[in-house]
Design a protein around this ligand. Structure first.
Ligand code: ADP
Length: 544
């Protein structure tokens, strides 16, 4: 491993002397118990997805020691979270909340400011507080993973309830929703499906949003808005509060489902295909957040390294990809659409026949018969995910490179052929320039697409790490020049991405800074997250 044996210097919060910090940690141990306050002073170990570290970004895109906390603390209740927040204010120590820290590709468990104290909420605050089989809702704490929620619903025998899961199911349901992650059932927009938050503010007060503000209510998880300004938005992709509870809608079991998969032969089938997809998606004939993937990623999803297909240097040649694809059960193609139809057979058939007629307008389109595909084929992992079953097979494409790590370019576009072509072309041009194989996938929301281009890089090779980061920085600027912005990004890119949302002389960021200074006068909560710096840090060289 690249770094586990390296001798480490102690990490301390910025602007605090080490002895003062050690005293402050002693004080915190009195509130939380000695076992629940740990210094980050042992060798950094990467582990793997299910045994991920909370000491650093396991998929480091910069030097491992750059994004590390000084300590990790484990509160067991909302009251203990308040204690940590009050403590941070007393000592002016930056804190950084995570739910479970499996936010891979966007920073994992790492804080933005080196030496912050990470609040790992997930370890002890992992209760499913309620599942309502009547309302089809749940109320959860930060440490509830998709696997845990899924298993609990099964254990209670609620066959009529489904959950929605992202590509990999080990993360926090709450953490993913507040970071506006997506899944692949009709409930794939996680933030849109939440209802009600409990939040510890940066000065230590606790609020409940929406109907949660009304004592004795029984509608916190069914009506998201309550009365007055809708405040939930400021607690997603921000640093304005620590979310300690969240309500979420659960999908009713649709009474049947069927995955389908179409392949399209040519790279330049993309615009026609996207034009076909848009009306079908907006009218809900295509019902889920489906994926339109490039064959390179599907090939990588088989789990073999790229050296199994090509041992030369530079980008893997197209002929090598197509030759390899032709030898798989899917066969040769360039784009693959993975979708699902929901409901009993006659309802599905109605939609599937429209989809079939429309997709086959693209010359050479093929519907792949799932019965021809072996159980470990990517198709079946997509099938589980689109049916709300947590899974981790998706991780396999990280094996494409040795010491594989990933980081994403994630711009949003309308569902239009011209936009898809422009974004794909700019990503491809930059990947060619930096010698990186391209893994694009269009995740089709309702009226927009998230293009997710995962860069898989060798994290033990500083030059390749650098190339990945440079490539990303160029793509973000190229995209912004055309008017496209990222829906989410890695810690080290947050300043750059926030800087692209600069209409009217940066009016939105000025507003965010005003909120930040009002809510967090000592600037202790996740400074710099999403490009929002508190006054104490602003314009002092922290931006990158
Ligand atoms: P996951 O468990 O889904 O992998 P994380 O716990 O890493 O995700 O959450 C993703 C990001 O969202 C974190 O880095 C953090 O900045 C933010 N976040 C997560 N949970 C909370 C929370 N409870 N309160 C405030 N911000 C949070």
């Amino acid at each position: 491993k690249p770094h586990s044996s390296r001798k480490r210097l102690p990490v301390i919060p910025p602007g605090v002397e080490e002895p003062v910090f050690l005293d402050a940690l002693e004080e915190l141990r009195k509130h939380l118990g000695a076992d629940n306050v740990e210094r980050n002073d042992k060798p950094l170990k990467d582990g793997w997805y299910m045994e991920h570290p909370n000491t650093h970004d396991m998929m480091a895109i910069v030097d491992d020691e750059e994004l590390v906390p000084s300590a990790i603390v484990y509160p067991g209740s909302t009251e203990e979270v308040q204690q940590v927040v009050l403590w941070a204010n007393r000592h002016k120590i930056p804190i950084f909340p995570i739910s479970m820290g499996r936010n891979f590709g966007y920073g994992g468990a790492a804080p933005r400011v080196r030496g912050s104290v990470v609040i790992d909420l997930g370890k002890r605050m992992n209760k499913i507080l309620d599942i309502s089989p009547e309302d089809c809702t749940c109320l959860i704490e930060p440490g509830v993973s998709y696997f845990a929620l899924y298993n609990e619903i099964k254990a209670r025998g609620y066959e009529h309830l489904w959950i929605d899961v992202p590509d990999v199911g080990g993360g926090s349901v709450l953490g993913n929703a507040v970071d506006r992650g997506v899944g692949y059932t009709p409930y794939g927009d996680h933030w849109a499906c939440h209802s009600g938050l409990e939040v510890v503010l940066p000065t230590g007060e606790v609020i409940r949003t929406g109907m949660g503000a009304l004592p004795g209510n029984n509608t916190w998880q069914t009506f998201p808005y309550g009365f007055g300004p809708y405040s939930d938005g400021i607690f997603s992709q921000s640093n304005f509060g620590i979310v300690t509870k969240m309500g979420m809608a659960l999908m009713p079991n649709p009474g049947g489902y069927e995955s389908f998969m179409y392949t399209f032969p040519n790279e330049d089938d993309l615009p026609d295909l996207i034009e076909i997809i848009r009306p079908l998606r907006i009218s809900n004939i295509l019902e889920n957040v489906a994926q339109l993937r490039h064959i390179t990623q599907t090939l990588a999803s088989r789990g073999k390294p790229r050296s199994a297909y090509y041992t030369g240097s530079g980008i893997i040649p197209e002929e090598a990809i197509h030759a390899a694809a032709a030898a798989t059960p899917v066969g040769d193609c360039t784009w693959i659409y993975y979708g699902m139809a929901y409901g009993p057979p006659h309802i599905r058939q109605y939609k599937l026949s429209i989809i079939d007629a429309e997709f086959k307008r693209v010359a050479g389109a093929r519907r792949i018969d799932p019965s021809t595909l072996p159980p470990d084929e990517d198709f079946w992992a997509r099938d589980r995910v689109a049916a709300g079953v947590p899974d981790i097979q998706e991780l396999r494409w990280v094996n494409w490179m040795p010491n594989g790590a990933h980081i994403a370019f994630s711009p949003v576009s309308p569902i239009r052929g011209a936009d898809a072509t422009r974004l794909f072309a700019l990503a491809k041009r930059r990947h060619d320039e930096f010698g990186i194989d391209i893994f694009p996938v269009f995740c089709v929301g309702l009226r927009e697409m998230h293009l997710i281009v995962e860069i898989v890089f060798d994290r033990a090779d500083p030059a390749r790490r650098r190339a990945a980061l440079d490539c990303l920085r160029c793509m973000i600027d190229d995209a912004a020049a055309y008017g496209y912005g990222e829906y989410r990004t890695h810690l080290v890119l947050m300043d750059q991405v926030a800087g692209t949302y600069n209409w009217n002389d940066g009016a939105l960021m000025k507003f965010n800074e005003k909120l930040k200074d009002a809510l967090d006068p000592n600037g202790i909560l996740a400074p710099g997250r999403c490009g929002i710096w508190p006054k104490r840090y602003r314009n002092r060289g922290w931006e990158m």
